[in-house]
Design a protein around this ligand. Structure first.
Ligand code: PHE
Length: 340
């Protein structure tokens, strides 16, 4: 009997089959249980022999069943684990991934380069007033210089004056100087607006303004700073620049800085060639600007510059047209390596 049940337990292939064996042997009407019931009808002598024998059998079968059950459950768990295994070496599905716009990337590069030279970052609003955008920057009232900026004006407010979209980042010079004590050394990156549209002009574009005000700052500092900047930005000393005399109401003397470049097929290449692209305006801050900000121009001087970020991006990445920067076409961006 024992051998038969032990063999059946061993042969059970899964938990339900094992349960059947248990019921057949030890269930209420199981073979072993029925035999135990027979004990009652036996003589005391017989019971002394069969009682312990049957109890021993029952215990051995019970523990054999328990052991088999644990083994079957462990097998079932291992099988489930094996069938649900994830192959972590399979390549993951690639989701299209965005990236920073080239103009944003260049803005960040500029901030890093100027941070290395000790410039902090300042900001001002896109919607400006006439005072900060023009008057405090020494633009004479009703002077034609205001027209050259092709200003977008807002509707007149209650007080009869019209706000405007800043035409350059220079108003941040005023906001900074009115709110801080020299020495001042800041850059001001941001969007600017002019009513203009062609291959190298868009109605919204980006500038980074620079302003240094201290007691002994001179034109040599201005040139050195910008030449160092160009070498850092293009990662070479080979890019040739030239300073051309110019006029701005808020600087005296004033200059524009150009970068030498050439056209190669559809692209532009900096450093060689017979063409020059204007990338920034600069000069020594006009005494009237320093005065308008409540400082003494006999004590403080300095220089300022305002560069076209989009044009710098164009030169750095060899693009020949500015306008696609503002037509968000992923194919064009990926062509220049800006998205996967
Ligand atoms: N604000 C000038 C422009 O937009 C650039 C400039 C800035 C020139 C600072 C001189 C000094 O054209």
């Amino acid at each position: 009997l024992e051998a038969r049940y032990m063999a059946a337990i061993e042969a059970a292939g899964d938990v339900p089959a094992l349960e059947e064996v248990r019921v057949a042997a030890l269930g209420k009407k199981g073979e072993v249980s029925l035999k135990m019931r027979d004990l009652g009808a036996m003589s005391p002598e017989e019971r002394k022999v069969f009682g312990p024998a049957l109890n021993g059998l029952k215990d051995r079968l019970t523990s054999a069943i328990e052991a088999k059950k644990s083994a079957l459950e462990a097998d079932a768990l291992n099988a489930a684990l094996a069938s649900e295994r994830v192959d972590i070496t399979l390549p993951a599905a690639r989701a299209p991934k965005g990236s920073l716009h080239p103009v944003s990337q260049v803005m960040e590069e500029l901030a890093v380069i100027f941070a290395d030279m000790g410039f902090a970052v300042a900001e001002g609003p896109d919607v400006e007033d006439d005072f900060h955008n023009f008057t405090a920057l020494n633009f004479p009232a009703d002077h034609p210089a205001r027209d050259t900026h092709d200003t977008f004006f807002m509707e007149k407010g209650e007080d009869g004056t019209a706000k405007l979209l800043r035409t350059h980042t220079s108003p941040v010079q005023i906001r900074t100087l009115m709110n801080s004590e020299p020495p001042v050394r800041i850059i001001a990156p941001g969007r600017v607006y002019r009513c203009d549209w062609d291959q190298t002009h868009t109605p919204m574009f980006h500038q980074v303004e620079g302003l240094v005000i201290d007691k002994d700052t001179h034109m040599g500092h201005l040139k050195g700073c910008l030449i160092d900047f160009i070498a850092a930005f293009f990662e070479t000393d080979e890019v040739e620049v030239r300073f051309r005399p110019h006029h701005f109401p808020f600087t005296e003397p004033s200059a524009e800085m150009d970068v030498r470049y050439e056209r190669v097929g559809d692209a532009v290449k900096v450093g060689s060639g017979d063409k020059w692209l204007e990338i920034l305006g600069c000069g020594m801050v006009h005494p009237n600007v320093i005065k308008a900000c409540g400082l003494d121009p006999d004590v403080y001087q300095g220089f300022a510059f305002g560069m076209g970020v989009d044009r710098l991006a164009m030169l750095k990445y060899g693009m020949s047209d500015l306008r696609p920067f503002f037509e968000p076409d992923p194919r064009w961006l990926s062509h220049y390596g800006f998205s996967p």
